[in-house]
Design a protein around this ligand. Structure first.
Ligand code: THU
Length: 129
């Protein structure tokens, strides 16, 4: 799977975002240890705390299908937005400090991070999922 392919999947997922409240569409594509890709979009709710981020939708889809180890996650927003703290924690639960987090717009890749730099010394990395 090339980074370009992963970007394509995340862009497609973003088109399915359900964001009538924030109007901020987010798409994510996560690549698991064996190369399988799962996608997610943000899904909002009139009861705002029930909104869920695109990254968590993608990761929970992977875990619920038996894929617990994530190698890369690519995130697409209109302006190169970065993952919220909650999603960093969830990524750390199923990733490692070396898991790659790629930030993009629909047009281009903006930046690449190590998850360990986004969540320095995260407690969540101690889990062997
Ligand atoms: N959102 C994500 O999907 N991922 C993030 O990392 C940050 C925020 C969503 C949640 C909400 O639906 C909208 O973006 C605005 O916060």
């Amino acid at each position: 799977m090339t980074e370009q392919d992963l970007h394509h999947y995340a862009v497609e997922a973003r088109e399915r975002a359900y964001a009538p409240y924030s109007h901020y569409a987010v798409g994510a594509a996560v690549e698991t240890e064996d190369g399988t890709v799962f996608t997610g979009c943000n899904v909002e709710n009139a009861a705002y705390p029930q909104c869920i981020c695109a990254e968590r939708v993608a990761i929970f889809k992977a875990v619920s299908e038996g894929h617990r180890r994530i190698r890369r996650l690519l995130l697409v927003t209109q302006d190169g937005g970065t993952p919220c703290g909650g999603c960093r924690s969830v990524m750390a639960e199923f990733g490692t400090p070396e898991t790659e987090v790629i930030i993009a717009t629909p047009e281009t890749i903006i930046k690449r991070y190590r998850l360990g730099d986004l969540l320095l010394d995260g407690f969540e990395f101690r889990h062997d999922a």
